[in-house]
Design a protein around this ligand. Structure first.
Ligand code: VGL
Ligand code: ZN
Length: 243
């Protein structure tokens, strides 16, 4: 057992060496940082709120694990945007709004199929506050979304009708920002929709995978990566960012 492990490790190492010798960069194998955020880049911190971590109303498994990763990334960015899911009581995305409906079922609304969630992130409640350990003193704007009672907004860029703008794309463009690094909760809902809409709006978009956590409802995580990749969203890790 030991022997085999050691032999395959040696094989892997010589493989990397051979790659390096060809001049092809083997840096990926050692996770050397590749991206240096500049004045035209922004870190987008999606919905790192009490509702989405342990003890919240819609907890994402291990959601709080993104906090130290994001805090560390923040030091590399001149521009930081924070978002907050910010629903009215009786919101259209809440199962409790519809008699007989349970959380994680779906319903049809004017703009399409809506997943029904437990009541979460209600405006002005402690549940909707940003996580207390999030340390982003240099963040420049907090954008709230999902505040129209009749319509959800996973995306921080446009609401679920794919027409109503939150204003974030305009803000970023007005500030000359071209490249977005998206982090936060949840990978397969608000992070994915924000990233895909950002592509549609013309930004270069990276999702920093280990700075996100997923809900993964009926295979939604795999589906989200597939859709994001198809739209040109790039999947990277926190170690890819020069610190
Ligand atoms: C989210 C479900 C409902 C999210 C928000 O932040 O990903 N997911 N509301
Ligand atoms: Zn929500």
């Amino acid at each position: 057992m030991h022997h085999t492990t050691r032999r395959s490790l040696l094989k892997a190492l010589s493989g990397a060496g051979a790659l390096a010798a060809t001049g092809f960069s083997a840096s990926r194998a050692f996770a050397a940082a590749r991206f240096t955020p500049d004045a035209k880049s922004a870190l987008i911190v999606v919905d790192v709120q009490n509702c989405f971590v342990t003890g919240g109303t819609l907890p994402v498994k291990d959601g709080e694990a993104v906090v130290p990763v994001i805090n560390k990334l923040a030091a590399s960015f001149q521009n930081i945007v924070v978002t907050q899911d910010w629903h009215t009581p009786g919101h259209a995305s809440f199962a409790s709004t519809y008699p007989g409906k349970k959380p994680f079922e779906t319903t049809k609304l004017s703009y399409g199929t809506q997943v029904l969630w437990p009541d979460h992130c209600v405006q002005g409640t402690a549940d909707a506050d940003l996580h207390k350990d999030l340390k982003l003193p240099t963040a420049q704007i907090i954008i709230r979304k999902g505040f129209h009672k009749e319509m959800d907004s996973y995306s921080a860029i446009e609401e679920a009708d794919h027409k109503t703008a939150t204003g974030l794309a305009g803000y970023l463009k007005a500030r000359g920002i071209k490249t977005l690094y998206v982090t936060g909760l949840a990978t397969d809902f608000c992070v994915a929709w924000t990233a895909m809409d950002a592509r549609k709006a013309g930004f270069n978009v990276y999702v920093i995978e280990d700075a996100t956590r997923a809900i993964d409802l009926n295979g939604s995580l795999a589906a989200a990566w597939k859709q994001m990749t198809a739209k040109g969203v790039k999947r990277i890790q926190a170690s890819d960012i020069v610190s």
